[in-house]
Write a protein that binds this ligand. Structure first.
Ligand code: FAD
Length: 435
């Protein structure tokens, strides 16, 4: 089936074919050229696109196979979304051990990008909680891959392996116990980057979830100001059960130009910074709006207009983080381009399980840039230079333009990984960063 393709950033747009998978017992359908598994398209750039080839849509592999409410071990097909897991497990007292900022990703997509959440400093990345999965290759062979028994390295290659080692058909995950759907949280306004690092260090042991929003356009003495949020699952009394949010709003159409622009960004960021007049605020909330604030507006990615946007997420190693993040913010503020929601967070020291996993010790900054043409690409190249010099890495799940040199420096095990690639699988991203 022919189809035009785009990812969550709506850039780039490519021509590619689509074919859907529904039955995990069957071999892959016949295809010409190259193929790439596809989850729910929540990656931003081109790591989930295969220009000129085929996407194997795995969302149809959406069955739960077994769930043990005594141990929290879940066996499900790879197209099941995190939202569906929450619907099944939360009423039974279980939740995801690691979750990204949207629940509309599939288990296969979460494995293939070894995604991280706000608790990386405590619990590592998604792959740490995957016990096993089945990998289906284009030659029809099947591999049972186990975290604790991986002599040939297929588990480590596939976790964070960008969908290139084969189709994950089903997986066994270890969920974590929670007392209920309630969170207790604190939001602390801070005025500078050193303050952020102090808050992050002092909250690492005391709180499971830590993350900050920063005003990426503030400069001079306001550079690095923002709000630090720290939170934990709360004990829940039946009479205080927090209400789950409703279906939320939707962006009804794509406006002809980006609503995120020079005229809206600075006032939005300043207003957002001052929305909390007190320096310190405690609040209780349902876990859905806490973990997934953006899921409250369906198709929010349309807000950036027809040209789409580029998300930029990097991590800088601990020794270089404070000066490196300051240098990134200076570049961004000078450009006047940037994000409503710039996120800053510190990763912990737990080594990631995948050969190509992004998460590593250090500080990660994530933000969106409207696609305004060559200027924004030049800005992102300047940000790459800062990241390269600091010895950091850019996240493939969010990337549509990093150079082969940057990728190969930041992911030195890529050649070792290449031996595991299915000879009939490829992606726009992989061709760009390796050929
Ligand atoms: C609002 C928002 C917030 C986000 N927040 C975070 C965050 O906090 N942390 C984070 O790490 N990421 C975050 N992301 C990125 C997102 O979690 C990842 O890009 C995720 O991998 C998307 O999963 P998907 O199911 O949509 O897969 P796709 O985007 O469709 O595919 C992602 C990759 O998975 C591969 N793949 C998909 N299914 C399979 C399968 N069955 N077998 C093998 N490979 C497969 C694809 O080939 C591709 O390489 C966020 C994205 C959005 C839109």
């Amino acid at each position: 089936m022919p189809g035009a393709g785009q990812s969550w950033g709506r850039y780039p747009r490519v021509a590619q074919g689509l074919t859907s998978l529904y039955d995990r017992q069957r071999p892959l359908p016949h295809f010409d050229g190259s193929a790439l598994p596809h989850g729910n398209g929540r990656s931003y750039g081109d790591s989930c696109l295969n220009p000129g080839g085929i996407l194997l849509h795995a969302r149809g592999l959406d069955r739960f196979i077994a769930f043990d409410p005594a141990t929290g071990v879940l066996h499900c097909e790879s197209g099941v979304t995190l939202a569906e897991i929450i619907d099944l497990a939360l009423p039974q007292g279980w939740f995801l051990p690691v979750t990204p900022g949207t629940r509309f990703v599939t288990v296969g997509g979460a494995i293939a990008n070894d995604v991280h959440g706000k608790n990386h400093h405590r619990t590592g990345s998604f792959g740490h909680h995957v016990r096993a999965f089945e990998l289906l290759r284009s030659d029809g062979s099947r591999r049972q891959c186990r975290a604790m028994d991986d002599p040939q390295g297929w588990f480590a290659a596939t976790v964070g392996g960008l969908g290139l080692t084969g189709v994950v058909t089903c997986a066994e995950l270890q969920l974590r116990r929670v007392p209920g759907a309630a969170m207790e949280a604190e939001s602390i306004r801070f005025g500078s980057l050193p303050e952020f690092f102090e808050l992050s260090a002092s909250s690492a042991d005391s709180h499971e979830y830590n993350v900050a929003w920063i005003d990426c356009l503030a400069s001079g003495r306001h550079r690095g100001r923002g709000h630090f949020t720290r939170a934990d699952h709360a004990p829940q009394r039946a009479e205080e059960r927090p209400r789950a949010p409703g279906r939320g709003l939707a962006m009804p159409l794509t406006p002809p130009f980006s609503l995120v622009n020079r005229f809206t960004l600075r006032p939005f960021n300043a207003l957002y910074y001052w929305r909390q007049p007190a320096r310190h605020k405690r609040f209780a909330t349902h876990l859905l709006p806490f973990f997934y604030p953006l899921d409250g507006i369906r198709e929010w990615n349309r807000m950036y207009g027809p040209a789409g946007f580029l998300q930029y997420q990097c991590v800088l190693p601990p020794g270089a983080a404070c000066t490196g993040v300051a240098a990134l913010l200076d570049e961004i503020s000078r450009s006047g381009s940037g994000s409503f929601l710039a996120v800053l967070k510190e990763f912990g020291n737990r080594p990631s399980p995948g050969l190509l996993s992004f998460a590593r010790p250090g500080t990660t900054l994530a933000l969106d840039f409207p696609n305004t043409g060559p200027d924004v690409f030049r800005l992102l190249d300047r940000l790459d230079r800062i990241v390269d010099e600091a010895g950091g890495a850019v996240y493939p799940a969010k990337d549509a333009r990093m150079s082969a040199t940057s990728f190969q420096r930041a992911y030195p095990r890529w050649r070792e990984f290449a031996d595991f690639i299915d000879p009939r699988f490829s992606s726009g991203f992989w061709r760009r960063v390796t050929e």
